[in-house]
Design a protein around this ligand. Structure first.
Ligand code: ATP
Ligand code: MG
Length: 785
């Protein structure tokens, strides 16, 4: 049994002080890797072992369930006695669920209340908006959902919001919020945000309940405090009895210990506010603040890079992290030709590190900014048989939006594919409900015809409401229109058509939900999948990766070290210049190909020798550490994310995210970017991430630099890597008010232009019949008049 006496020697002086401090609130504010989480763990062990605290008196809050499980396990490893089961080591949400299961009756909820996940609550908001007869164009339910969530995070209830509502938008929102809340209540259900908000309400409204928990949890500890939002902040205050109604003199308030790092606050978009940490001392005047400055995680080179980047943010408390892990090797930089080259470089390096016996795959993590970026990595990992897992995310081909669009493609390739057809019947929502679907099913069974046939003869089926019938007719007409298009179009064009004509894309584009933004990115990536397929068709699957180079001298395409660092594939020796004789790839070819990679059985299991590489977004990487880290996609427009480029505050949050990413690395850090990256199937040339420039030059050894690829970089985007039958098109520069013609929709007027360069989007109004549609200008068949 480890003795804690001994364990305390595993801590430095300020850490030890934090662990043993008692009697007043404690704030530990310190940079990444300085042992904050370790201090929390040791503090819990110390409370149990040395201060006679019972496990049931401890409430420790972590940011993820995984972190909670880990912390509990570590505490158990440190203490000599009892299992720590009675201890609450939980996320905010799960702690609130426990409280509400016990006390929810006071708010009129059954103890067996249902928890609505994001999809459920969105569906409910849609129903509410329908009930209110709101025009979904003017009052999109998704945007209402997002706004209600924000209000709840700010603890603003519907009455309060209703009183201050001024505009029609706000008034309708207030009404929808009220009705939404009533429906939830009637259903005995709570959404995620309710879990926190209602717990705060409960504690504020019922002093006896608050007192019960204050007497029960004598110690409240919170990790990642910088990412708490206002509701969570108020919850903590309630739990320790500050700002509450009970008399603090009645019994001593629970001891609060929070740890955080303002430089790692990366959830402002979810309402987290750094203010909570900056103002801690004001809220708790008697609080003790402890700073930790020694980093135990990373080499000095890695730390210097992180410090240099974060220093660019204004208004921060300066803290210098140092490490005695040694200087360590320099950071490795790599500029890839394109994203496949980048993925090949990463996989090649992982292989090399493994072969040389330095690191196993399980010691390696690959980070990227957005989920969609995982796809190219997944392809290369699957192809090379390197086992991997994706943390906190879903594999690309398992994502809902990809499956939806695949279902459309399958129906176009095979109209009788009932499963796919039923999947898309009401996706996006077009008013074909379950009842209508059932009637069609019954009708098909009675007539002994297929579901697809029954759908086309819906008017003969009994029991379908006129409104549904109209929706079904529109749907079958839409499918026919798409079917007509299919034989003469490439897979990527068909996908584009599906995305636009079904309204799938505009529904996501109009949403304010941050998840929908990433869905759009995934779909964009899916168009790229098709485009890659077309460009490499007839060659080996990922054979020729080279760009066509109009006007550029041949033979300069790679630098001296060039593609040698890649896995040996994809250098473009094969599959060239088969232009005219190559058959055009069809939709069926494409689907066949996809079913090979989309088949998740293909993903290798962890092999005994080295475990699996971890892939994840930067957001999911918080709190974790890995011996080897690849920070990929370091391009302006990718990371920092496109959305944040023009916004000072959002850019600062992106910089904090960069700081989080860099500081995950213990021994080796790789940073890479790609000179060209596909967006909607066409190459997009993103400049180097500004964060790369912020890393001091002498810390990085560029394995392959800008200059190595510069000569081959064409000035303008090429449409396709393979000589294509489809002529490339001039991309029009649009302004609001411009008149345009679209190949299918005819004349229209530009209503809105958003974004720059290859990513410019436009909203065009084609008149009453067709309405408004959103396009990626680069790709849409539009001509300016
Ligand atoms: P982050 O801000 O990324 O959450 P953190 O401040 O929580 O980081 P920890 O994860 O607790 O840092 O610690 C980073 C690493 O340093 C861990 O591997 C931890 O075990 C180790 N470490 C921390 N303090 C010490 C110490 N005094 N002696 C040895 N190792 C330590
Ligand atoms: Mg931590």
């Amino acid at each position: 049994m480890p003795s804690l006496e001994l364990s305390l020697n595993d801590l430095n002086a300020p850490q030890r002080e934090a662990v043993t401090h008692s009697g007043s609130p404690l704030l530990i504010i310190a940079g990444a890797g300085s042992g904050k989480t370790r201090v929390l763990t040791y503090r819990i062990a110390h409370l149990l072992e040395q201060r006679g605290v019972r496990p049931g008196e401890i409430l420790a809050i972590t940011f993820t369930n995984k972190a909670a499980a880990e912390m509990k396990q570590r505490v158990e490893g440190l203490i000599s006695s009892r299992a720590a089961n009675a201890m609450w080591v939980l996320t905010f949400h799960s702690a609130c669920v426990r409280i509400l299961r016990r006390e929810g009756g006071r708010l009129g909820y059954p103890s067996s209340f249902t928890i609505y996940d994001a999809a459920d609550s969105k569906r409910l908001m849609q129903l509410v908006c329908k009930e209110m007869d709101l025009d979904p164009k003017r009052f999109p339910p998704k945007s209402f959902s997002a706004q209600v969530s924000n209000l709840k995070n700010e603890l603003i209830d519907y009455d309060t919001f209703g009183e201050s509502a001024q505009t029609e938008q706000e008034k309708k929102l207030a009404e929808a919020y009220t009705l939404y809340q009533r429906r939830l209540h009637e259903a005995g259900a709570m959404d995620f945000d309710d879990l926190i908000m209602l717990t705060v309400n409960l504690l504020e409204m019922f002093p006896d309940v608050a007192e019960y928990y204050r007497r029960r949890f004598r110690h409240v500890l919170v990790d990642e405090y910088q990412d708490t939002n206002h509701a969570q902040y108020r919850l903590v205050r309630q739990l320790v009895g500050i700002g509450g109604d009970t008399d603090p003199a009645a019994f001593p308030p629970p001891e609060l210990c929070v740890v955080g790092d303002a430089d790692q606050s990366i959830y402002a978009f979810r309402g987290a506010t750094i203010r909570n940490i900056l103002e801690f001392e004001r809220d708790y005047p008697e609080a003790r603040t402890i700073l930790l400055e020694q980093n135990y995680r990373s080499t000095q080179n890695i730390l210097n890079a992180a410090n240099a980047v974060i220093q660019r943010n204004p208004d921060r408390r300066e803290k210098k992290l140092w490490s005695d892990q040694g200087i360590g090797p320099k950071i490795t930089g790599y500029v890839a030709d394109n994203e496949h080259d980048e993925a090949a470089f990463v996989v090649g390096e992982i292989d090399k590190l493994h072969d040389e016996g330095e690191f196993t795959p399980s010691q390696v993590a690959v980070f990227y900014r957005t989920n969609a970026q995982s796809r190219v990595f997944e392809d290369v990992f699957i192809r090379t048989g390197l086992p991997y897992k994706i943390v906190g995310g879903v594999r690309f081909y398992e994502r809902k939006e990809i499956r939806d669009i695949l279902a459309y493609l399958r129906v176009l390739a095979n109209p009788e594919d009932t499963v796919s057809l039923r999947r898309i019947l009401n996706v996006p929502k077009r008013g074909i409900g379950d009842r209508a679907e059932e009637s069609i099913e019954l009708f098909a069974a009675r007539e002994r015809i297929s579901f697809a046939q029954a759908l086309r003869r819906a008017q003969d089926a009994p029991g379908i409401a006129t409104r549904s019938l109209k929706a079904i007719r529109e749907f079958t007409a839409l499918l026919e229109e798409l079917e007509e298009l299919a034989p003469s179009s490439s897979p990527s064009e068909i996908i584009e058509a599906v995305l636009h004509r079904t309204g799938y894309l505009s529904e996501l584009a109009n949403s304010k939900d941050i998840q929908d933004e990433s869905r759009v990115e995934n779909l964009e990536e899916f168009v790229d999948v098709a485009r890659e397929f077309e460009n490499t068709f007839s060659g080996p699957l990922y054979g020729g990766e080279e760009e066509e180079e109009p006007g550029a001298a041949a033979g300069e395409e790679t630098g001296p070290e060039g593609a040698a660092a890649a896995t040996g594939e994809g250098a473009g020796e094969e599959a060239e210049g088969e232009g005219e004789t190559t058959p055009e790839p069809t939709l069926v070819d494409f689907l066949e190909q996809i079913s090979l990679v989309a088949d998740t059985d293909q993903i290798p299991d962890a092999d005994e020798s080295g475990g699996v590489v971890t892939l994840m977004t930067l957001h999911s990487a918080k709190g974790l550490e890995f011996p080897v880290v690849f920070l990929t996609g370091m391009e302006d427009g990718v990371f920092p994310h496109m959305r944040t480029l023009g916004e000072k505050e959002e850019l600062e949050e992106e910089r904090r995210l960069a700081y989080v990413g860099i500081t995950r690395a213990q021994q080796r850090l790789y940073i890479s970017r790609s000179a060209v990256r596909s967006a909607w199937g066409t190459p997009s040339y993103n400049p180097a991430s500004r964060f790369l420039d912020e890393v001091p030059k002498d810390l990085v050894e560029w394995r392959r630099s800008e200059s190595a690829i510069a000569p081959s970089r064409p000035k303008f985007a090429t449409q396709s890597r393979k000589p294509s039958a489809r002529p490339s098109r001039e991309v029009p520069t649009l302004e609001v008010g411009d008149k345009v013609t679209h190949d299918s929709f005819g004349m229209g007027t530009v209503q809105l232009v958003d974004g720059v360069g290859d990513r410019t989007k436009a909203r065009i109004d084609f008149g009453a019949d067709i309405g408004e549609k959103d396009f990626l200008v680069k790709f849409a068949p539009i001509e300016k008049l």
